[in-house]
Ligand binder design. Sequence first.
Ligand SMILES: [Zn+2]
Length: 278
Amino acid sequence: MSDLPQELKRIRAEAVDFFVRVSAMDLRDGDLWGALTPSDRQCSEDILGEIGQVARRIQAVFEHEPLLGEDAIRTLRFSVRVMDAALRFRRLDVWDTHTEWDEDILRAVVPAGECENLVSASSAQSIFEEAIDRVLRLLRVAEPEPHKPPVADESESALGPEREPVSPPGRKGRKRGPPTGFKAAVRVAEIVARVASDRDWRLTPDEIGEALDHGLCDAPDWSACDSPDHEKIPLPRGWKKKGADWLNPPDRATLVKAIVYRLKLAEQLEKATPETLS
Ligand SMILES: [Zn+2]
């Protein structure tokens, strides 16, 4: 097991220390960064440098974790930028392209963009802590702590979609690959939520299996839909070799375990992924 979570927690403590120290100056208006002493400014830059180093090591972990893949790397990079801004007492705001309406007259198309806004030291501190905690949660998904068993037994931990070749991140024009395990888990969660809605899906695992086999369907009643063109849900690793699929799982317990595993993963990743990136 790596020491990355400990590293992050140490940096977190160092940053909290810094924010608390400079919050004494919070009464001033304007740009707190400009009011820092050279040694406080150095302290902020040192923390950022440490984050950069540890983020590179975390990225290497994520690149080898098929369940996380590119979504996790995007979240990691975004979080580093948020922390960078927070260490300069700024909040990074990012938005997608959207339209603004006045009654029903289109007023403006606002292109995607971002900006930084000045914040107080205490706001910067909570923004920073939120971002670093997000990375910690992702890291926990990638590297469960040794004393806590992973969410499923070892036969299940080897499950997941067949590993897809991961192209190096950051390279322009890379092909968008098939759904990663991350997306697959989210799809499973969506389907379970739709099919079972308010009842316990465990009571009817076969029905969930049928729905997963049917794929991502937006018909009001999926069971009456016979479209063969839906996005399919990747099978757990090893099923294909056994000739098993969602409709004919190895056995019901294995099916339930596979679904539980994906629901837990989806839940953990939902907590770990900021909405702006979904
Ligand atoms: Zn359908």
